[in-house]
Design a protein around this ligand. Structure first.
Ligand code: F6R
Length: 609
């Protein structure tokens, strides 16, 4: 969490930094700040709350300079306030940081003993003081930063300025993302690509323990010991428009409507015309390896964990190998049984989620193979895994995940088919019919979006409800969980997802005429059972909204609202049923006037444990 931006070049840094921070606000919005070298010294400006507050402050107190750093914060140590906002300053040293310094209390005590005084409750402030302390001793800015970074423990992406060294900046990472954009005699630093995409597509992704030293119009890469590092820039294929709202009111809405395109991109080049097999170029596992696995772990957080729950159905059904699904923050603390016969699959949109990254390291540390399903190219999880299936959803800016989720579901279908093929558990006929269905998926999503055009009216009917229940069965149970999570996170309405058959073991007590129950009922082997569960809700006065691919008119009398959607092979139905639930949550949030793209307390990329 937290976003950092830096600029060194010939242009004015403040507009570049503010624009970059806007693209990073999804990472946190508790406070924002900027620091620039203006030829006389370093000016620092900070404001509590969203970036717009800093922008207002800049209107009355403009800052200037062609070298600067900026920060948007998601609070961990110290409440949201101006004092805790970055950049943090110790004399002439100014720092922005994303991550957590675990030994900050020890370092702070040591520095206080040496006479330093602290003005915030953050862990970050020790970095500025430590650099300042070493700089005072040696007069060497670069080595002061290097020494500091060898003393701190934890995760960091930092950018550092020094008042006595105009036009110079140090940026470094360990455990938190950092990308460098290479322009014409100018350099950009950011936590994520969209922040600087407008200026360059040539990006260098620093590895942990590496540092970039910018002096004038040159950049030198090195490790913390000062050994030179060579890293060639990669050309990013995302274009700047992908990170804009494109006429939609919110990023979330744009991203929901982008799903036909996003899924076509996930499929592109992976399902050959002869329907013989799927091609997963980056998976990095031979048929023999795919055959050798005795167990699969799927590990993720939040929405990505819901995708993993669907993934279990797909892999067990199509590849006949046992699958366990784990929440990443639990995985490594229970000493999971992983060995050479285990394949661990990490699912992460950002590829930077700290818990998921730690789970990956745990699995690899136990000699298991680990592959990732990721959206962000060259993210930490993608790089550290043995193989990766990129979802190619394009940048997802809305904090609530939508297109990243459905593209993860599609990645799971491809992987399950690939595994099933290698393990000979999948007939040509079955493979061919699922591939044929996959080819129709983008247009079926388009039809589903069209079928949802009255979703705002449905949301209006239940706008006053304070609680919701979402029910689904089999591969639709994770979709019920996801529907509930979407509603909670952006509209702040309490919602629970439940396996429909489990309702009678407790949650049925909640049902009265005030409780809307959203039922996902698709035409598979559990359709009739879900239908009975729906009747149980109705019999107790609950209001039922049903999302179904069943066109039977008889359903109309059985539910208060019936939302018909298209039909497709059961393996792909979760992709379609997700869409009305995303739109339902979206319209509730808009009706309630919440901040759809940046819901309270949340951040898009959770890089703390
Ligand atoms: C919810 C949401 C989060 C993320 C979770 C994992 O809409 O976006 O629950 O799914 O924080 O993030 P990634 O997928 O980046 O690892």
């Amino acid at each position: 969490m937290c976003g950092i931006v830096g600029y060194v070049g010939a242009r004015q840094a403040p507009p570049i930094i503010i624009d970059g921070l806007k693209k990073l606000e999804y990472r946190g919005y508790d406070s924002a700040g900027i620091a620039t070298q203006n030829g006389k010294g370093i000016e620092v400006l900070r404001a509590e709350g969203k970036l717009v507050n800093l922008e207002r402050l800049l209107t009355s107190n403009p800052v200037s300079g062609s070298c600067g750093i900026g920060h948007t914060r998601w609070a961990t140590h110290g409440r949201p306030s101006v004092a805790n906002a970055h950049p943090h300053r110790a004399d002439g040293i100014v720092v922005v940081h994303n991550g957590i310094i675990e030994n900050y209390l020890d370092l702070r005590d040591r520095l206080i003993e040496k006479g330093h005084s602290f003005s915030s409750d953050t862990d970050t402030e020790v970095i500025s003081h430590l650099v300042e302390d070493f700089y005072r001793e040696s007069g060497d800015f670069l080595s002061a930063v290097r020494k500091t970074l060898t003393e701190v423990r934890g995760a960091y992406a930092v950018a550092v300025l020094c008042e006595q060294e105009p036009g110079k900046m140090v940026a470094a990472r360990s455990g938190s993302p950092l990308v460098i954009g290479q322009g014409q005699e100018e350099f950009f630093v950011a936590s994520d690509v969209p922040a600087i995409l407008k200026h360059t597509r040539e990006m260098i992704f620093l590895e942990d323990g590496e540092l970039a030293w910018f002096a004038g119009n040159t950049m030198t890469l090195m490790d913390l010991a000062g050994n030179p590092v060579t890293r060639l820039p990669k050309t990013i294929t995302w274009n700047p428009a992908m990170a804009e709202k494109g006429g939609y009111r919110h990023f979330m809405l744009k991203e929901i409507y982008e799903q036909p395109r996003a899924i076509a991109d996930t499929l592109a080049g992976r399902i050959p015309d002869d329907q013989a097999d799927v091609v997963l170029e980056g998976l990095g596992l031979s048929d023999a390896e795919l055959q050798s696995f005795r167990k699969v772990f799927l590990v993720a957080c939040g929405t990505s964990w819901h995708a993993a729950l669907v993934g279990k159905f797909l892999i067990e059904k199509l590849a006949r190998v046992p699958v366990e699904v784990d929440i990443a923050s639990e995985f490594r603390y229970r000493d999971p049984i992983v060995d050479e016969g285990t394949l661990t699959i990490l699912i992460s949109q950002s590829g930077e989620t700290a818990d998921t990254l730690a789970a990956l390291r745990e699995a690899k540390g136990k000699q298991g193979k680990a592959v990732a399903i990721c959206n962000v190219v060259d993210s930490s999880i993608a790089r550290e895994s043995d193989g990766v299936i990129y979802t190619h959803a394009g940048p997802e800016i809305g904090v609530a995940s939508t297109k990243a989720f459905t593209t993860q579901l599609v990645a799971f279908i491809l992987l399950a088919l690939r595994l099933g093929r290698a393990r000979k558990s999948l007939t040509d006929e079955r493979l061919g019919s699922i591939i044929a269905a996959l080819k129709t998926l983008p247009s079926k999503i388009q039809d589903t979006l069209a079928a949802c055009e009255h979703m705002e009216e449905i949301a209006r009917i239940y706008a006053q409800a304070t609680d919701f229940l979402f029910l689904g069965r089999g591969n639709q149970y994770p979709i019920a969980l996801e529907g509930a999570l979407k509603l909670k996170e952006i509209s702040y309405i309490h919602a629970e997802g439940y396996p429909a058959g489990e309702m009678k073991h407790g949650p049925i007590a909640l049902i009265d005429d005030q409780l809307p129950v959203v039922v996902v009922a698709t035409q598979n082997e559990s359709f009739e059972k879900v239908f009975s569960n729906m009747e149980e809700v109705r019999a107790r006065g609950g209001q039922v909204v049903v999302i179904t691919d069943c066109a039977d008119d008889g359903l109309k009398g059985k539910a208060d609202v019936v939302l018909p959607i298209p039909s497709i092979a059961d393996e792909l139905m979760p992709v379609l049923t997700s869409i009305p639930l995303q739109l339902l949550a979206y319209h509730f949030a808009v009706l309630r006037g919440t901040d759809v793209d940046q819901p309270r307390n949340l951040a898009k990329s959770v890089t703390v444990e």
